[in-house]
Design a protein. Structure first.
Length: 347
């Protein structure tokens, strides 16, 4: 007996739900917050009182975030393990400005691997280092400058933290620099974004100038690589989400509220924005630390799952188009996912 139009519509809807649920896992969206926030340029306009929109709500911020997440698709349709081009899609700000949201396969997998392998009590730390003229010049002038400097950073962090370093570092070009003891402009300057697993109490050591006794230890910390500015090193172990205190409410500085939560995958997305613009020809702008093997296994797992799920989805759609009941859709999706155990990650 053929299915009715109502039954076909219902089962197609159920198929879409199962597919979306699987894609949330395979795209990494389960590690991206569903709570919206004001973008940086919106915060600047709000602080200046120049935003033309008078009223808004946190519900609208959340809906905007869900819309953005819907554009993020999973990688894994090919087995190519080389550097993958960053994907981008346009988004619109409340200021009227348009910009591109970016995400990259290598950083997505690296962050997911890092997050899943966290040891109890450890956190993901984001360390930004404004590099000195010496190291900026090394990056620009030496073919292996990035690899050489990041290898040195890795060795230093391992000694400071007392355990193998897991994470990644992304290098970016810097614009004008302002701050104490820093030049107003620094052409050809760079900064490093370091994302690692660390003990919350120990990570503060990586940017210190002096120890408890007052002894200069700057050559044994990341200060060795930075400018002399006091704010040359920034350490974060949480992310800041700016929303409205009163919602719905007026869009003004007095009605802004800051929420803090754990660092999520949106950080890796943010850091992917300039990966398609190599700082040095023939060299990547990022380096993985202690994650390469795990990232490869996770990528192979995702490739296998998404390939099988695609075939399953197409077969179910063919059955429905013919009016044939495809069976228990949820059970079939679960069987594919459970049939390929997710690779164990370090912890």
């Amino acid at each position: 007996m053929k299915l009715s139009k109502h039954d076909i519509s219902f089962l197609n809807s159920k198929l879409d739900q199962q597919w979306d649920s699987a894609m949330t896992i395979l795209s990494g969206n389960y590690l991206r917050s569903v709570k919206g926030r004001f973008d940086n340029n919106e915060q600047v306009s709000l602080n200046k009182g120049s935003l033309r929109v008078a009223h808004y709500s946190n519900d609208k911020l959340d809906q905007r975030q869900r819309n953005r997440l819907s554009f993020i698709e999973p990688f894994g349709l090919t087995r190519k393990t080389d550097y993958q081009k960053t994907r981008k899609f346009p988004v619109k700000s409340l200021t009227g400005a348009r910009w591109f949201y970016s995400y990259n396969e290598s950083l997505t997998l690296a962050f997911e691997t890092l997050h899943q392998g966290l040891c109890p009590g450890n956190v993901i730390a984001h360390i930004t280092v404004q590099l000195s003229a010496k190291y900026s010049a090394q990056i620009k002038s030496e073919a292996r400058g990035i690899r050489k400097m990041t290898k040195c950073m890795h060795s230093m962090l391992q000694k400071l933290l007392g355990h193998p370093v897991r994470g990644f570092v992304v290098l970016e070009g810097s614009g004008k620099r302002k701050g104490q003891n820093a030049p107003v402009t620094a052409p050809e300057a760079f900064h490093a974004h370091i994302v690692i697993e660390a003990n919350h109490n120990m990570v503060c050591m990586v940017g210190k100038r002096r120890d408890a006794s007052g002894k200069d230890i700057s050559k044994k910390t990341l200060r060795r690589f930075s400018t002399t500015a006091d704010n040359a090193i920034c350490i974060q172990t949480s992310t800041r989400r700016v929303r409205l205190k009163s919602s719905p409410g007026t869009l003004d500085k007095a009605n802004l509220d800051s929420e803090h939560g754990e660092i999520d995958l949106s950080l890796a997305d943010y850091l992917s924005k300039s990966l398609d613009e190599p700082l040095v020809r023939g060299s990547k702008n990022f380096v993985l630390w202690g994650l390469t093997g795990e990232v490869k296994k996770l990528r192979e797992w995702k490739h296998g799952v998404i390939t099988e799920l695609t075939v399953l989805r197409d077969n179910i759609r063919a059955d429905l188009a013919s009016g044939v009941h495809p069976g228990d859709i949820e059970a079939q999706f679960s069987k594919v996912i459970s049939g390929r155990p997710k690779p164990a990650l370090a912890a």
